[in-house]
Design a protein around this ligand. Sequence first.
Ligand SMILES: Nc1ncnc2c1ncn2[C@@H]1O[C@H](COP(=O)(O)OP(=O)(O)OP(=O)(O)O)[C@@H](O)[C@H]1O
Length: 496
Amino acid sequence: MSMMLDMRGIVRRFGHVVANDAIDLDVAAGEIVGLLGENGSGKSTLMKVLFGMLPPDAGTISFRGQPLTGHTPAAAMAAGIAMIHQHFMLVDAMTVAENVMLGWRDAGRLLRRKEMADRIRDVSRRFGLDLDPDARVAALSLGRRQRVEILKAILRNAELLVLDEPTSNLASAEVAELLTVLRRLRQEGKGIIFISHKLPEVLEICDKVVVLRAGRVTGRTSVAGASQGMLAEMMIGRDVTAPRPPMVASSPGPARLSVKDFLAPGLARLSFEIRRGEIFGVAGVDGNGQIELVEALAGLRPAGSGAITIDGHDVTRASVAARLTRGLAYMPADRGTTALVKTMSVAENLMLRDSGRPPYGHGLLLTRGPANAKARALMADYDIRARDPSFIAGRLSGGNQQKIVVARELDRRPAVLIAHQAAWGLDPGATHFVLDRMLALREAGAAILYVSSELEEVLAISDRIAVMARGGFAGIVPRGEVDPRQLGIWMAGRAA
Ligand SMILES: Nc1ncnc2c1ncn2[C@@H]1O[C@H](COP(=O)(O)OP(=O)(O)OP(=O)(O)O)[C@@H](O)[C@H]1O
């Protein structure tokens, strides 16, 4: 196997944080390399260095025999390196072919529309992408949109593809399709770097893995013969994949959240209750009304008709603030825009709900002493890895940003918690931690709505499980009566 990529001794510091500490990474043609590591271990930094978005402080990169130094992202792309991001950069209103041609200088010059469409069909067939050049992106599932990004990369002659958590938010059938595409890419001699926290997928698709911890390589292994426990151990120093102890059966009390004949745009009529000490899990493929449901409950979207009560108080038309006063807490899925103010400090984000309240603040300002002390305590408790409370939140790794949101909302000891994708981007250890905290909150008497496209999480902690499809609940089952096949049927949106 000839080495396609050879990164040697990469060092990158941010102030006194050494995000990459002499990292070596190599990828051969026709090889899929898993890049693993807990939140903040340095994976994104290493990929930004590779892609020319951050200059390294030391180290060398050689790609297909040529040195890459002081390069820009455009140079990385020209050399044959493509990044497939979690958030796709596609224009919804345009077709697949138009998106492919967008911003691609050579496309207009070299190819006419018809030739482009033919090439797209050809590549789509060859790699199993199943894409129609004339389809509008708006009508495509998340999995297909991701494949448009892969198509773009292949057409632009990418030899190495970097996929950053490519399976989060994908339905399981779409994950399987993506893995098939990756196998084809491998067969055709492409190199792939696969960044993921999902160990079963890593074991299924990768040839070898490189594990980072605190900026250093702590393990390299071929996947043949490796186990999830072994990988977790390399990542975190202990095996966190051991099955969770069976949940103590809860004896839920009276209803804390009650939703009756509720109608809002994008939702079918919904009625359900969540009782004191109960976790009501909502599984399902993203985009089936989950956002509409959680935002309506949080007071961010107007109710059409019906009623929502918290502890018997009608909040159907109450403001967000009034709901918070009633004991509601809300963790939105999109931490980038709604849950976190990236330009503010860790402390300010942690205290977002308390800034006007003594002892933490007066008016809009935080009182530094008590606020910092509180922030430090939360940082320790929730393992938020930031230098100090004044660190800018947007500079933390994705997982550590998520932990800020979790800490802030759970610390309020809410009566009712609405959690949407609470473990998004978290490593296996941090995911376990969050699920344990959910169980503790349940023990303390809260009613929890746990909405996630990760079925395993929902099954691990829920007392009852609903599957959302087409804006409504396709079915609801108690924990003890879960039939995975049935859940799959509901998720596919077919009638039971
Ligand atoms: N622009 C920046 N300024 C300061 N520190 C930064 C910056 N970008 C990253 N860091 C720090 O570098 C370290 C590594 O972060 P990085 O984002 O590479 O981790 P990661 O492995 O990708 O994490 P995750 O799984 O949470 O996405 C963290 O301590 C982070 O706070």
